[in-house]
Ligand binder design. Structure first.
Ligand code: E4P
Length: 218
């Protein structure tokens, strides 16, 4: 499963890149607002640091405006993926931008039928929002399972399932089990995945025993 960093925080991305764990980045208007940065500037900066897809979301809601904004954002770098909402107009914009060989991430997906529509419209990525479904006592992971089954039923559909609104380690584990192609994950959650108390305890014991040998490797 690929990992995208769900952030526009350059320092956080810089910290993750040397691990080789960052296959791409996603942003949304809320993330851009939180960064306090100029939208196009920060997307350009991220595209220089990360080779994989960097999602930048349109602000318009009407198809032709979305297409115009998408074309403008796509000029920033060849690895920009245009994010459009899962609306009727968003699907039209998706179809047009995808036909121009621009990567499209269809966002705000909350049903399997929506995911089917996005795939038929040529989306590169579909973003089902797991956490926001869990927030209203629905099962976000069930949606990932359903989309996986549907997409696998029709090999002609090439859209990748991008598990979004990931809130913790369990979401990552379960999205991987469910066969999501990608999970977009907040940097703190990515960093948290490495931690296990038995790893810390085991390492501490090994270091103590190694010190007793009085040896050095270098
Ligand atoms: C990423 O593409 C989504 O916009 C993001 O994961 C949404 O996360 P949230 O539901 O925690 O805001």
């Amino acid at each position: 499963m690929k990992f995208f960093a769900d952030t526009a925080d350059i320092a956080a991305i810089d910290e993750l890149v040397p691990t080789g764990l960052v296959d791409g980045v996603t942003t949304n208007p809320s993330i851009i607002a939180k960064s306090g940065r100029d939208f196009k500037e920060v997307i350009a900066e991220i595209c220089k640091i990360v080779d994989g897809p960097v999602s930048a979301e349109v602000a318009a809601t009407e198809a032709n405006q979305m297409i115009a904004e998408g074309r403008e954002l796509a000029k920033i770098a060849s690895n920009v993926a245009i994010k459009v909402p899962l609306t009727w107009d968003g699907l039209i914009a998706c179809k047009t931008l995808a036909a121009e060989d621009t990567m499209v991430n269809v966002t705000l997906c909350f049903s399997a039928n929506q995911a089917l529509l996005a795939a038929k419209a040529g989306a590169t990525f579909i973003s089902p929002f797991i956490g926001r479904l869990d927030d209203i006592a629905l099962d976000g992971m069930e949606l990932i399972h359903d989309i996986r089954v549907i997409y696998d039923n029709y090999p002609g559909l090439k859209t990748e399932i991008l598990a979004a609104s990931v809130r913790g380690a369990n979401h990552v584990r379960m999205a991987a089990i469910a066969g999501a192609d990608v999970a977009t994950i907040p940097p703190d959650v990515i960093k948290g995945l490495v931690r296990h108390p038995l790893t810390d305890k085991g390492l501490e014991a090994f270091l103590q025993d190694w010190a007793k040998t009085g040896q050095s490797i270098l």
